[in-house]
Design a protein around this ligand. Structure first.
Ligand code: CA2
Length: 156
């Protein structure tokens, strides 16, 4: 299966969607040793400011519900989103349905994980998304989102 082709638009004018999966709304409140102290709102605000500074548009979405995440990814196609930055949370390791949505919309995406999923429990080592993703960033905390955005904006 061939991967979606990246947008040929310049960074300015590009449209980026950041999708956060289940429980990521809890960031900053619990398990700081694994997931850091930053809140999701702070991460989203930083990404929005970085995108705005480059003339790009950035929307964010978090849900604890698999179907809502699928609906949001499907809507991205009609919205002509150029890149998706995706942290599927625990659905990383379980969701064929969310994977199918990413494959169906054929929007290139970067997979981000705050923690190093390869250095944790064995069940976290497999991702249903990594082989479809343009690339995956794991274990770099919230900085992974910044790097993913930089890539999505810089890529021809
Ligand atoms: O490292 C990541 O970003 C994960 O996607 C986070 C998921 C986990 O299931 C994946 O294996 C790796 C869990 C998100 C839960 O986020 C929390 C944040 C703060 C407090 C509790 C949970």
């Amino acid at each position: 299966m061939s991967k979606p082709q990246p947008s040929r638009k310049r960074a300015s004018g590009r449209s980026i969607l950041v999708v956060h999966g289940p429980n990521l709304n809890l960031l900053g409140s619990r398990e700081p040793r694994i997931y850091g102290r930053e809140t999701l709102a702070a991460i989203n605000a930083r990404l929005a400011a970085a995108a705005q500074a480059r003339g790009a548009r950035l929307a964010t979405f978090q849900s604890n519900h698999e179907g809502d995440l699928i609906d949001r990814v499907q809507a991205a196609r009609a919205e002509k989103v150029d890149w998706i930055i995706l942290n599927p949370g625990g659905l990383t390791h379980t969701s064929v349905a969310l994977r199918d949505a990413l494959a169906a919309v054929a929007i290139p995406f970067v997979e981000v994980h705050l923690s190093n999923i390869h250095a944790r429990e064995p069940f976290r080592r497999h991702s249903y998304f990594s082989d479809l993703a343009a690339g995956s960033i794991v274990g770099l905390g919230s900085r992974g989102y910044d790097l993913a955005l930089e890539y999505a904006l810089g890529r021809d």
